[in-house]
Design a protein around this ligand. Structure first.
Ligand code: SF4
Length: 291
């Protein structure tokens, strides 16, 4: 399987193919550049406008609050079984609210109408499974984006073909593709199936369609004690090199077993885990820091 748009960051390794970024880290600190903001999902000037509007609303000067975006969670199944899945897909015990029936078309239209009425920019699909296991996924996407709302879609990417990604790229959608590791065997082990190459294939198609050039393409990766070195030295520099927005995030500990918690970082009070200080230092080397 070839990934022409990823060639510069992929290498063969004893554990399958691997994303390798350490060779791309410059020797010297780079000039600061503004961090690209994923369209609809990150805090930009429009978020400030929403905050100001809602402060006026709280003072009785506006009729209703506005939302920047709204998560609409759907009871979708998932084709992966990621260790410590935040919705519980790996343990066959979904969070309540995610194991009921799908909304009807009328209810979806009602939700869209409500969001439009509250100045919402976008709908976020963040779970509760993989959107593209659902036969109605593209109808839903059409319904939302044809209404004028943008979308942000979290996906493991493994079920999307070339035409699917082309269709997503042609609409007002930002994609957040999820990885668990930079090394094929480690990623596959963490997700319980062989999906690494299928996910990379979708990332390749998204690059091919230029989604990164419009800040509409991100890859997220939960950081554990096991993968943190690869996230810092390989994942972040490789994604920055490709123009993809890297979203390393602390491993969400909602549905984790005691055994799984052993690979998680520990917070200190309400402070983030200390590993973030090291990321900060590393990010300085590849540029992209806010002043
Ligand atoms: S892809 Fe997402 S929803 Fe599916 S098992 Fe993994 S973490 Fe859970």
């Amino acid at each position: 399987m070839k990934f022409p748009n990823l060639d510069a960051v992929l290498e063969d390794s004893p554990s399958g193919i691997a994303i390798v970024g350490r060779k791309l880290i410059p020797e010297t600190e780079q000039p600061e550049r503004l961090i690209p903001q994923l369209k609809y999902y990150m805090v930009d000037d429009s978020a400030q406008e929403v905050v100001q509007h809602n402060l006026r609303w709280a003072n009785g000067e506006e009729e209703k609050p506005h939302f920047k975006f709204a998560y609409v969670m759907l009871p979708t199944a998932c084709n992966q079984r990621c260790m410590g899945c935040f919705t519980g897909q790996d343990k066959s015990r979904l969070q309540s609210g995610l194991d009921g029936p799908f909304y009807s078309g009328d209810t979806i239209d009602e939700i869209i109408g409500f969001l439009q009425d509250h100045g919402t920019e976008a709908v976020v699909y963040g779970g509760g499974g993989e959107l593209f296991t659902w036969k109605g996924a593209f109808d839903y996407i059409e319904r939302v984006t044809d209404s004028g709302l943008g979308m942000v879609i979290f996906t493991n990417g493994s079920l999307l073909g070339e035409q699917d990604v082309k269709e997503l790229a042609s609409r007002d959608i930002s994609l957040i593709i999820s990885l668990r590791d930079t090394v094929e065997a480690k990623h596959n082990n963490a997700i319980g199936v062989n999906g690494f190459r299928r996910t990379l294939r979708t990332l390749n198609y998204a690059l091919q369609n230029g989604m990164h050039e419009q800040n509409r393409l991100a890859v997220e990766i939960p950081v554990t004690k096991d993968n943190q070195e690869r996230v810092i030295y390989d994942f972040v520099p490789a994604m920055r090199f490709l123009g993809v927005i890297p979203l390393p995030e602390e491993y969400i500990q909602l549905m984790t077993s005691e055994e799984e918690k052993r690979v998680c970082h520990e917070s200190i009070g309400n402070r983030p885990p200390p590993v973030t200080d090291r990321w900060h230092a590393r990010f300085a080397r590849v540029g992209f820091l806010r002043p």
